[in-house]
Design a protein around this ligand. Sequence first.
Ligand code: ADP
Ligand code: MG
Length: 218
Amino acid sequence: MQSSLQIKDLQLYRQGELLLSLDEQIAGGEILTVMGPSGSGKSSLLNWLTGILSNGFTATGEVWLNDKNVSHLPTHLRHIGVLYQDALLFSHLSVAGNIAFAMPQDNKNSAEKLNKKQRREKIEQALEQVSLAGMGNRHPDNLSGGQQARVALLRTLLSAPKAILLDEPFSKLDTQLRVDTRQLVFEQIRTHKLPAIMVTHDYSDAEAANGKVIHLEL
Ligand code: ADP
Ligand code: MG
């Protein structure tokens, strides 16, 4: 089945006033870029998609994931992963602990049921893929910004999301690191055939995403 994320006829209101309208379909492996000035509603759009719209906002329209309407599901049942500009890692957990925290747990009904040892192996393999081999026992506070960003990426990917949202995820990284991290994130999105939405202020991000670009206005 081809995976896709659909925003069906969204009208997002702030204090009863229309903030934005959107109707988009994103296929697996595609990245939709959303640009717009601060306050134009970019984060609110992502919040609506994950089901955590703040008080003061209302919306009409539906979110569909893989031909299923998820608009009325709570956040954790939507399986939409988000990457933020801060890695937001738990400092009391190891790198592996941070990643494991988000992974699907043993679940009798799940086809992807993994025991503790299998989870550990999967994490180690994933760490290798992003040049963090053997770093599972380290603590996030001792990692560089770029390493933290890669741990955050793995945490999101290994949570088995059906779509990924990126809220200015590279904006705190220096130029070369930004380019490398971006390439890695996009590669993973394409490999896993995940539909993605990226919010950014950076035109080189938009160009690298190589997909449709939407400009929101104030
Ligand atoms: P962006 O991410 O594009 O900067 P946001 O989606 O964060 O924009 O915010 C859109 C607008 O809504 C901003 O002007 C923000 O100040 C305003 N806003 C944020 N939270 C609330 C709220 N709870 N009630 C009303 N307005 C809000
Ligand atoms: Mg924002």
